[in-house]
Design a protein around this ligand. Structure first.
Ligand code: 2HA
Ligand code: ZN
Length: 270
């Protein structure tokens, strides 16, 4: 067996959580990441027959039976993942019944996966139906995006338009737009179902007055997606209270979307 601390997926989890912490998106235990792994790849590092313990999931994730994820732990701080991955992360396999997860590695102090596991798993199910290459679901609390939630109406179309208008390349990075949920109680199946429902259409879902979910085919793409949304929100917050002299017009948006041949939400253009 090779040393799991050298595995690319483990290094990616460490680097990404450290980056997100550094950017101020994950204070205290804020945020969580789940990453769908390749069984053969995990098999290089772990005996897949050896289950440490079983953890109830709290809903039925039958569509994900047999799939293996590396997931941040509940109550754990992104700040600490890099220095102690085995306590702050876990590798779990969904059992055939869809109701239980088998712990293969990690959560060394007896911990378990993030309280947002239902939202993560339901989002994976929804995204895999749209894009079989989807691997990553990421949740965090980016500062400017959260600030924007307090001064902008929480509506998919108008929120997306405001973000697209803030940076020329936004419509290229998230042509599918941004879904927005109202404030909801977090950590339960209801917010998971609402998130997954938006994930049928969007790779970015704003949790009103809370944070954001992003999904993508790899860590860089998913991180870059949230980073771009947060950059746009930062420009919005830097300019919202000032007189607007110049603007990226709808005609500009269409011009760039067509030049880059992205399938943008035509119904979000005036
Ligand atoms: O796990 O961010 O939404 C901490 C959170 C919950
Ligand atoms: Zn959160």
């Amino acid at each position: 067996m090779e040393n799991i601390l050298q595995a690319k997926f483990l290094k990616e989890m460490c680097q990404t959580t450290a980056n997100m912490y550094r950017l101020g998106w994950d204070e205290r235990n804020g945020g969580n990441i789940s990453y769908l792994l390749d069984e053969k790849e995990v098999g290089k590092y772990l005996d897949l027959e050896k289950v440490i313990r079983e953890i109830p999931i709290g809903f039925e994730a039958k569509e994900l039976a047999g799939k293996i994820f590396i997931v941040t732990g509940t109550g754990k701080y992104f700040k600490n993942v890099e220095s102690d991955p085995e306590t702050n992360l876990g590798i779990v396999r969904i059992k055939a019944d869809g109701k239980t997860a088998e712990l293969l590695w990690g959560y060394k102090d007896g911990g378990r996966f993030t309280s947002e596991f239902p939202a993560h798993m339901m989002s994976h199910i929804a995204r895999l139906k749209v894009d079989p290459d989807n691997r990553v679901v990421m949740h965090c609390h980016p500062t400017n995006l959260l600030a924007m939630n307090f001064v902008h109406e929480l509506d998919d179309r108008s929120f997306t338009r405001s973000l697209w208008q803030m940076c020329t390349e936004c419509i290229v990075v998230f042509p599918d737009g941004v879904g927005v949920l109202p404030w909801m109680l977090c950590g339960n199946n209801a917010i998971g179902e609402a998130t997954a429902n938006k994930m049928k259409e969007y790779r970015v879902v704003v949790w009103g007055l809370h944070g954001v979910y992003g999904a993508g085919k790899d860590m860089d793409e998913t991180f870059g997606l949230i980073e771009t949304v947060e950059k746009a929100a930062e420009i919005y917050m830097l300019t919202a209270h000032l007189p607007r002299v110049n603007t990226i017009t709808d005609e500009n948006l269409v011009t760039i979307a067509e030049a880059f041949k992205v399938n943008y939400r035509k119904d979000f253009i005036d």
